[in-house]
Write a protein that binds this ligand. Structure first.
Ligand code: ACM
Length: 683
């Protein structure tokens, strides 16, 4: 009876509804079901892993990478002999290999059972087993008894089948090795689609054997060879990641016209590059355009094995169509009303071509039109309503709106965006069950106007892990505090995959300062963030973007300031305690003193480097903000309100700090403003 009682209690206290993952676990994304037991399985140098299921080369390579990663994470070589299943530490059993080309409807589930003596990972497919191995890696922690994983039972499967990341390789070319390490990061957080934005106005990035002038004249020599692409696709497949190519058309296509100006709607000569208000659009009225695209899509369809083929379709500039009388005549002669109808005509013809070459067409939400074939998958980037609308009309859909990493939003803001959410006009939550099934998931987008191979990791990570969780974990997993706690733990672990989002930060600051000593510079850099949304204007849109150095503080600063978030939480906690939490107050004071006194040390550093001169006013204002915060804290502490005029004087600094300067915002201004506001009345 006692045993039964004990078991019941253990069950009750250890079976977590995954809305509250135990704080002892650093799992991200949160699994569908977790049951934590007592005890642990030691991971020492005798650790072995062996598969017993369907023999599969991909899984064997996955296990081999897993063992390498265990070594890397623990700093130990593993001496265990390849074991048979009867004495291996981790036994992996996958029922089958999964499809030859990874598909949307594959079973991605796995179950992981860890006891004090061994671990068992079972999955329907090798794909599921690969995810289970990632979970195991996230469970390894140092303990007093050595590295270990907890006794635990996990049953896991994703909420959405499509969990993607778009990387724009056109605006800035991103070398294969950078992409590969990001694939490793994606695999670590169970994302399964790399959407490769391969052509845009600024560059055409794929070698074409049918149309060599595409990459020869459209890429400034920066493109992927077909051999590199095959190797990359295989690398992705090994990690359970599909590669979906995007060739943006009919707009965003200036780079095509460098070699093939006959595709353009306005005759002329063209070169790749971002040229303000000179977007180039394909001519959808010429049969030659479709003959070209038929051959081109055929070549690319053979190169990229995935079932889906993204044709872009976004932001088509009307001007080239409006300015060409022949195109306007075509619109009238075919009984169309406007340019939108013309794009729909283009999409219908393109869809036939894409289908002929064995692919399913997908496009950005501008492609939605009554004439759009229902087989076309729609990717919503302009809002959540177009996702619901597409599903209503019978299209499969993906959400990207809300997941744009280039907008420099905090992780929590991305995390709050749910593809199935209720919106003010309904949204996906209001759809029928049948319509809801058409929503396949979402994709984060890393547009590269303002990222380089050097900074891209720091714009993707760690925020992408929060989006990965939104797309994998149960909908009710939405606690920001837990998310941020785990995000930080996942972040440094991603460094072991070669991602440099953390390791590059001091290097970038040292380059800015021209000095090893970045103590004072880091104090400022830690509390600023790059400006949000599409506000980065100082180097944009002057062509060509590629050669504009992105080597300022705005490029080194993190998209989200952890120091600020923690300071904000302290201030909120201090207020919630009715100003009684003296430990919080002491920490707030210490931060403010640090910021106030930093300026005198930093100004000489800022004077020394032309890259930093533009940041001088930010440092001055940080000091002023901190001084105001200290005055406010004293006022609150002594319960002696300050006059309105004092607050009004501080407000000017607060306002300035939250306006873009040097493409940066001083993020501690709002929490300091809260302290300032609290001086109005006694408490
Ligand atoms: C897009 O951001 N134009 C898809």
């Amino acid at each position: 009876m006692r045993t039964l009682q004990f078991l019941l209690i253990v069950f009750f206290f250890s079976f977590f509804s995954m809305a509250q993952i135990p704080s002892s676990l650093n799992l991200m994304p949160v699994p569908a079901k977790v049951q934590v037991g007592a005890g642990q399985l030691v991971v020492d140098q005798a650790f072995t892993a062996v598969s017993t299921g369907h023999r599969d080369d991909r899984l064997e390579r996955g296990i081999s990478r897993f063992l390498d990663q265990v070594s890397r994470q623990t700093g130990m070589t593993l001496n265990g002999q390849p074991a048979d299943a009867s004495n291996a530490t981790l036994v992996i059993h996958a029922e089958n290999a999964g499809r030859k080309v990874q598909e949307l409807d594959e079973d991605e589930s796995y179950a992981l059972e860890i006891t004090p003596s061994r671990a068992t990972l079972t999955a329907a497919t090798a794909l599921g087993a690969l995810y289970g191995l990632q979970t195991f890696l996230q469970l390894i922690e140092p303990t007093p008894a050595g590295f270990a994983v907890p006794v635990i039972t996990i049953q896991d499967r994703p909420r959405f089948a499509w969990r993607g990341l778009l990387i724009d390789a056109s605006r800035h070319f991103i070398p294969i090795e950078v992409l590969k390490r990001n694939l490793d990061g994606m695999a670590a957080v169970k994302m399964n689609v790399l959407h490769w934005h391969l052509s845009d106005d600024e560059g055409f990035r794929v070698e074409s054997k049918r149309f060599p002038k595409l990459h020869e004249l459209g890429s400034e020599g920066q493109y992927y060879t077909q051999a590199e692409i095959r190797d990359f696709v295989a690398y992705a497949r090994d990690r359970g990641i599909r590669v979906v190519p995007e060739f943006d058309m009919p707009g965003h296509s200036r780079s095509w016209m460098a070699g093939y100006p006959e595709l353009a709607s306005v005759p002329g000569s063209y070169r790749a590059g971002r040229i303000a208000d000179a977007d180039t659009v394909m001519d959808p009225t010429r049969d030659g355009t479709y003959k070209f695209l038929d051959k081109f899509v055929g070549e690319m369809a053979a190169l990229f094995p995935d079932a889906y083929f993204h044709i872009g379709g976004d932001e088509v500039n009307n001007k080239p169509w409006d300015s060409n009388p022949k195109i306007q005549e075509f619109i009238r002669a075919h009984g169309m009303k406007n340019n939108r109808d013309l794009q729909a005509y283009f999409n219908q013809r393109l869809q036939k071509i894409v289908q002929k070459h064995g692919k399913i067409m997908m496009g950005w939400d501008e492609v939605l039109h009554p004439d759009l074939p229902k087989t076309v998958l729609v990717e919503s980037w302009r809002g959540q309503d177009s996702l619901a609308e597409a599903a209503k009309q019978g299209h499969l859909g993906l959400l990207s709106y809300g997941y744009y990493l280039d907008l420099m939003w905090p992780a929590a803001r991305h995390y709050a965006v749910d593809p199935m959410a209720m919106t003010t006009t309904g949204g996906a939550a209001a759809l029928t069950a049948e319509e809801k099934k058409r929503i396949l998931g979402g994709e984060a987008c890393m547009w590269s106007e303002f990222v380089t191979p050097e900074t891209i990791d720091s714009r993707i990570w760690p925020r992408l892990a929060a989006i990965a969780e939104r797309l994998w974990s149960p909908q009710e997993v939405r606690d920001n505090q837990s998310m941020y706690r785990r995000l930080e733990e996942v972040s440094w672990r991603l460094g072991w995959l070669g991602l440099n989002h953390e390791s590059n930060y001091p290097l970038l600051l040292q380059r800015l300062a021209g000095s090893h000593d970045i103590g004072a510079l880091r104090v400022l850099a830690d509390v600023v963030e790059p400006t949000k949304d599409y506000t980065r204007t100082e180097v944009f849109p002057q062509p060509p973007v590629k050669s504009t150095p992105l080597n300022r503080m705005a490029d080194a600063a993190r998209p989200e300031s952890t120091v600020t978030r923690q300071f904000s939480e302290l201030v909120d906690g201090y207020f919630q305690s009715d100003y009684k939490d003296s430990a919080a107050e002491a920490q707030i004071r210490a931060s403010l003193v640090n910021w106030r006194d930093n300026d005198v040390n930093l100004q000489p550093v800022l004077d020394r480097s032309f890259l930093l001169t533009e940041d001088k006013p930010l440092s001055t204002d940080l000091a002023a903000l901190a001084a105001a915060g200290l005055e406010a804290l004293d006022s609150i502490d002594k319960n002696q309100p300050l006059p309105d005029a004092w607050r009004a004087a501080q407000l000017a600094v607060v306002d300035r700090s939250m306006k873009p300067r040097a493409n940066l915002l001083v993020m501690v201004a709002p929490p300091i403003q809260k302290l300032i506001a609290a001086t109005a009345a006694s408490h």
